[in-house]
Design a protein around this ligand. Sequence first.
Ligand code: HEC
Length: 132
Amino acid sequence: MKFFVTFYFIFIFNICLSLFTKKPLQESLLDGQEIYKDFCAQCHLEDGKGVKGIYPPLAKSDFLKDINRTISSIKYGLKGPIIVNGEKYNSIMVSQGLDDEEISDVVNYILNSWGNSTKQLITEEIVNSIEK
Ligand code: HEC
């Protein structure tokens, strides 16, 4: 009997733990939208279209296909030259100083907005594992 009670508590404990540690996509997208408005929209614009030749687009950007590179550029900053949708950009984006959770939220947001859609959920752990 004791065995089953202990087992039961471990089981419930694990369910609670997973509820608190894993952020569902919907919540991440809402947080990501806030972060985007505060830290990204002044350059890449609310509609993600950017400014041709100056601020590259995020809406339907082919750069975003490489998710690791996308995360790295937001985490550590990005220095050109790069080609986005056939257009050359040779500029600098400094790191916005976001923490790993905030980066995962904003990446989920840009990967699932303005016609972009990705099946993968980006977690804080994934962001944490990305190196420069
Ligand atoms: C001060 C303006 C500025 C801000 C703020 C800014 N960016 Fe950028 N971003 C740029 C520039 C300029 C580039 C291109 C850099 C280069 O030429 O290498 C860029 C490139 C990118 C790229 C890769 C190219 C592309 O368009 O797919 C991504 C992804 C990106 N930014 C996402 C973000 C996100 C997310 C934020 C907010 C957390 C953000 N940026 C904030 C200016 C900015």
